[in-house]
Design a protein around this ligand. Structure first.
Ligand code: S3P
Length: 423
């Protein structure tokens, strides 16, 4: 196919969750422009309303108004976080600093995801938890007065880090964290600094001091680089043309995939860069490329964790065998992404193996053909939809509606970048 035009992607999911959470805790009315309106973002808005925040409906193109309160209110019903791990884990941190009980649950995928990675350290700070079904949801949190925490995290994870920093905010205590392999996305730290909190780096540790105060704010959310990545991938695989994805967040803790793509032979140009609310933003310019295999190192994983499904399908079109080292975290995402990436690549005719926590993908030229089972995982569905755009492909995906978890209108947007050969 040939690609062309300029497109925008929906607002950044991570920043939208955080803007809603901070707005709910600011004493006054905040405004969020460009907010993501996907199912995950709605889950955060829904539970924050149950906790006493007033939040206007999340509709595309509309500024979201949030009337917050300095302390959240005791909920009268179970908090359903839908499919969203970020909603759940960040909320567990916030609720740990509130003196009431709340029970969280979610859909079948979310109920099976590990929560001890946050309840363990939050428990050390003084919060209490009742597990209803082992390490997962439903889970009841009873917050209270918290004590400072100095903690070496078992994995580099922005959800764990943010949960603990938000507990520091809600409990007004110091928090010091060490991430083991590379720095995970730092949107929480950037926002906290904007509110006057001290968040420093000291000998590799992230050091938080509760010196700030959440005040009402206005923010414009940039486009989500993790959503843009799928369009970037489709443009790289195209036969001709050039695609521009406008106004994408290019925070370096999110754009690890661009570095990997450059090593694979696809250079994405960043143009018209600006900074909005402490976050770098730019247009991405992408042209088709012949890809070659690469090795993705453990220290790179945190900055491209959500882009591995897409990078893996691109690797299946590259010359040589690509290896993703130490990607065991993929087992506890919205699905067991590690297993399903390898299985589905094999289903469409590629070679892919898992060895320990490493993922191997062998590239080839044959048109991908076969059926893909996504276990309702949005990023798997979108990655294989991109693979389905190569000439001669016949990739049937069991469920592409899951894309609405993070990227409303994904199928239409993917179709919209195609140009007729003669154009
Ligand atoms: C997110 C962090 C990542 C990512 C998720 C969003 C966030 O999870 O996979 O899609 O907004 O903090 P981990 O921090 O658990 O890796």
């Amino acid at each position: 196919m040939r690609v062309g035009g300029t497109v925008r992607v929906p607002g950044d999911k991570s920043i939208t969750h955080r803007a809603l959470l901070f707005g709910a805790l600011a004493g006054g009315t905040s405004h969020v422009g460009g907010a993501l309106t996907s199912l995950d973002a709605r889950s955060t808005a829904r539970v924050l309303r149950q906790l006493g925040a007033e939040i206007s409906p999340l509709r595309p193109g509309r500024v979201v108004a949030i009337r917050g309160r300095r302390r959240l209110a005791r909920p009268t019903a179970v908090l359903d976080c839908g499919n969203s791990g970020t909603t759940t884990r960040l909320l567990l941190g916030l609720l740990s600093g509130h003196r009431f009980s709340a029970t969280l649950t979610g859909d079948a995928s979310l109920r099976g995801r590990p929560m001890r990675r946050v309840t363990g350290p939050l428990g050390r700070m003084g919060a209490r938890f009742i597990e209803h079904r082992g390490d997962g949801l439903p889970l009841t949190v009873r917050g209270g007065p918290l004590t400072p925490l100095r903690y070496e995290m078992p994995v580099s994870s922005a959800q764990i880090k943010s949960a603990l920093l938000l507990a520091g905010v809600a409990g007004n205590v110091e928090v010091e964290l060490l991430e083991p392999h590379g720095r995970s996305r730092d949107h929480t730290e950037r926002l906290l600094r904007a509110f006057g909190y001290q968040v420093m780096e000291r000998e590799g540790w992230i050091v938080f001091r509760p010196s700030g105060r959440l005040e009402p704010f206005e923010i414009q959310v940039p486009g989500d680089p993790s959503s843009a990545a799928f369009l970037v991938g489709a443009a790289v695989l195209a036969e001709a043309g050039e695609l521009r994805v406008a106004q994408v967040g290019v925070n370096p803790t999110r754009t690890g995939f661009l570095g990997v793509l450059a090593r694979m032979g696809a250079t994405v140009d960043l143009v018209e860069g600006t900074e909005q609310f402490g976050e770098p933003v730019a247009d991405l310019l992408i042209r088709p490329a012949e890809l070659r295999a690469t090795e993705v190192r453990p220290a790179e994983i945190a900055a491209l964790i959500d882009e591995i499904p897409l990078l893996a399908v691109l690797a299946s079109r590259a010359e040589g065998t690509t290896v993703f080292r130490q990607v065991g975290e993929l087992r506890v995402k919205e699905s067991d992404r590690l297993r399903l990436i390898a299985e589905n690549l094999r289903s469409v005719g590629s070679r892919s193996e898992i060895s320990g926590d490493d993922l191997y993908v062998e590239g080839g030229r044959a048109a991908p053909r076969g059926r893909v089972r996504t276990a309702a995982d949005h990023r798997l569905a979108m990655a294989f939809a991109v693979l389905g755009t190569v000439p001669g492909a016949r990739v049937s995906i069991d469920d592409l509606t899951s894309a609405a978890v993070s990227f409303p209108n994904f199928p239409e947007t993917l179709r919209g970048i195609r140009r007729r050969e003669s154009a």
